[in-house]
Design a protein around this ligand. Structure first.
Ligand code: NDP
Length: 450
């Protein structure tokens, strides 16, 4: 697979120090040999060289004034990666770890994820190294307004439609949209993940977590099994993790863990979802407070995590749902999960498993749902929000949820069929990468050298 090596070497020269981006590119390209090596069609079109280069990258200064009157400066990003299938679509992340590499890896993944949904959406991603933790509402609002003072030039309902991601929820979307409207004078569907009061869609908040669990259910159906009674490990305690836990309970499973940036909770009786929502959605506190209600649960602080991985994956369980952040499940974690009897991994977060971990899951033959397939429910429901906005309609919870289920089923079917067609039955990494790539690459070719 010299083209993988050649592409990464060339990216290392043209876009230095972007390790997460190289990791995402390698993950996709490594799966493509069955279609790239069997014919010269894509090679002649220089499709790999084109697809790894974003159509446009915007980087900008975000100055704002904190509550003490001090001027703060952050960096803003929007990477408009690929518009072959529709307007750029992908979230904004506000987290201190954000840099060009992280935004490019997320944007690159987003292209194929969006293609897999079968919906008319291109791929993009953005964000800032701004840390919302510990900031007042006023500070968050001033930051969002300053961020939008630049971003509004580049987005629009038929050009680029951002949504939330880590650190960007309904509150931030509200402040961002308010400033967009003020600057442009237009009330239009330029964001998804909006409040239900002004254009949001039912189920959007729940969609990524629910979708990840639906995907797990379809993987198990295919193996003649179900989630009923399964003990599940979930990482994260944010939007994706909370609604994955909710859906796991609805389908009869028992989620026994959650985690945040301070540590991991293990509660063998099952995580108290109501308490978790109160701590993280209302009080916005650290997970250690869970122990005030349940002293019998275990809290492992980050400082006590194993050197080679994450405490959450060291408990024995039937299934694992990584729902926090990238590279949070290492090769050693994967080894322990398999040793302890885990038979399924469905990824809610983006690129949560390292390449070494993925290889172990594939060779062990467990049901493994890679992020770009398993967490596509969020962006798919965003597209349903766009459809409701542009037709000025509001669909019921049931209608949106039915669409979401069907989309997750279709994604499973297309990834699974591609894995069979290309000789690695059940390898959904290969299947999802090939199915997503083919749709984007063929659309790009039909649109000429642009
Ligand atoms: P949130 O900000 O709502 O929650 C993120 C959770 O992960 C929080 O509990 C946070 O801890 C924890 N976390 C974040 N970064 C780290 C870190 N470096 N180390 C340890 N814990 C961390 O984000 P979401 O739930 O929206 O996103 C989670 C993942 O899902 C991300 O990978 C995102 O890209 C992906 N995703 C999200 C979609 C969505 O619709 N929201 C759609 C598709 C993918 P703390 O509470 O302490 O901050």
């Amino acid at each position: 697979m010299t083209y993988v090596h050649d592409t990464i070497s060339s990216l290392q020269l043209s876009s230095p120090a972007q390790s997460e981006f190289y990791q995402a590119v390698e993950d996709v390209l490594s799966s493509l040999s069955p279609i790239l090596e069997s014919n010269n069609f894509y090679k002649k079109q220089a499709i790999i060289e084109r697809i790894v280069e974003p159509e446009r990258q915007i980087m900008f200064r975000v100055p704002w004034v904190d509550d003490n009157g001090n001027i703060q400066v952050n960096k803003g990003y929007r990477v408009e990666f690929n518009s072959a299938l529709g307007p750029y679509k992908g979230g904004l992340r506000f987290h201190p770890s954000v840099n060009a590499s992280i935004i490019k890896f997320l944007g690159f993944e987003q292209i194929f994820k969006n293609a897999l949904t079968g919906l008319p959406i291109g791929g993009g991603k953005g964000g800032s190294n701004f840390n919302p933790k510990g900031k007042s509402d006023g500070e968050i609002m001033r930051f969002c307004q300053s961020f939008m003072n630049e971003l509004y030039r580049h987005i629009g309902p038929v050009t680029d439609v951002p949504a939330g991601d880590i650190g960007v929820g309904a509150r931030e979307i509200g402040y961002l949209f308010g400033q967009y409207k003020r600057l442009t004078g237009r009330y239009e569907g330029v964001f998804t993940g909006k409040s239900l009061l002004w254009g949001g869609s039912l189920v959007r908040k729940e969609a990524t977590g629910y979708g990840t669990v639906y995907f797990a259910q379809y993987m198990l159906d295919d193996r003649g099994d179900s989630l009923q009674g399964k003990k599940c490990l979930v990482s994260g305690a944010g939007n994706v993790a909370i609604y994955a836990i909710e859906k796991l309970y609805q389908l009869g499973a028992i989620p026994v863990t959650c985690s945040d940036s301070t540590g991991t909770i293990y509660h063998p009786k099952g995580i108290d979802l109501k308490l978790l929502k109160r701590l993280k959605e209302v009080q916005r506190t650290g997970l250690i407070e869970y122990l005030e209600t349940y002293p019998e649960a275990t809290f492992t602080p980050v400082a006590d995590y194993p050197k080679d991985g994450h405490a959450v994956w060291r408990y024995s369980a039937d299934a694992a749902f990584p729902c926090a952040t990238q590279n949070e499940l290492t090769e050693n974690d994967a080894e322990k999960l398999i040793e302890n009897g885990c038979k399924l991994v469905s990824e809610g977060a983006n690129m949560p498993s390292t390449s070494g971990a993925i290889n172990l899951f594939i060779s062990a033959g467990i049901a493994y749902g890679p992020a770009k397939a398993a967490n596509a429910g969020g962006v798919a429901t965003s597209q349903l929000e766009m459809a409701q906005n542009s037709s000025m309609q509001k669909w019921s919870f049931q209608t949106v949820d039915d669409h979401l289920k069907q989309i997750m089923k279709n994604i499973f079917i297309s990834a699974n069929e591609a894995s069979h067609e290309f000789g690695q039955a059940g390898n959904l990494v290969l299947g999802a990468n090939i199915a997503g790539f083919k749709r984007v690459a063929d659309a790009m070719i039909e649109q000429g050298v642009v």
